[in-house]
Design a protein around this ligand. Structure first.
Ligand SMILES: CC(C)(COP(=O)(O)OP(=O)(O)OC[C@H]1O[C@@H](n2cnc3c(N)ncnc32)[C@H](O)[C@@H]1OP(=O)(O)O)[C@@H](O)C(=O)NCCC(=O)NCCS
Length: 103
């Protein structure tokens, strides 16, 4: 990330299928959040493929990430179908919402 994004942390994780559903994803992401807060990171962001319902349930459902955008038809799956890439973010420092904002 460039100097304009020094306050942002970007992550991606993958749990081996054998170990999914054992709350490892949840534990890792809570650690990532704790680490990011300690380092003064103000926002976390990531992406997942729209057909991945586990990712959606964990990131958006459980960990309360916001869906910030969808890149339509940007993923081509092994089964030949297309899917979206869903962009998600979570603001860690609520003061960020009070800052001057250009959009
Ligand atoms: C998405 C992924 C990281 C989830 O990790 P995981 O360790 O399997 O998930 P956890 O066991 O920590 O799930 C925690 C919570 O998320 C939700 N959740 C996770 N998978 C779910 C599913 N298939 N259906 C419904 N809820 C689900 C539940 O609320 C669950 O809490 P619960 O145990 O109280 O029900 C994992 O499945 C994975 O690595 N998938 C392949 C790679 C990938 O898609 N990465 C995403 C791009 S970053």
């Amino acid at each position: 990330m460039g100097s304009k994004s020094k306050h942002v942390g970007t992550w991606g994780i993958a749990i081996h299928p054998e170990f999914q559903g054992q709350r490892l994803g949840l534990k890792i992401l809570r650690k990532i959040e704790e680490f990011a807060r300690d380092k003064g990171i103000k926002k976390l962001q990531a992406a997942y493929i729209s057909e991945n319902k586990s990712a959606e349930a964990l990131y958006v459902g459980k960990l309360k990430y916001d869906i910030e955008g969808r890149q339509r038809f940007s993923a081509l799956l092994k089964n030949g179908k297309y899917a979206d890439i869903v962009l998600i973010g979570k603001i860690l420092d609520k003061d960020l919402l009070k800052k001057d904002y250009e959009c």
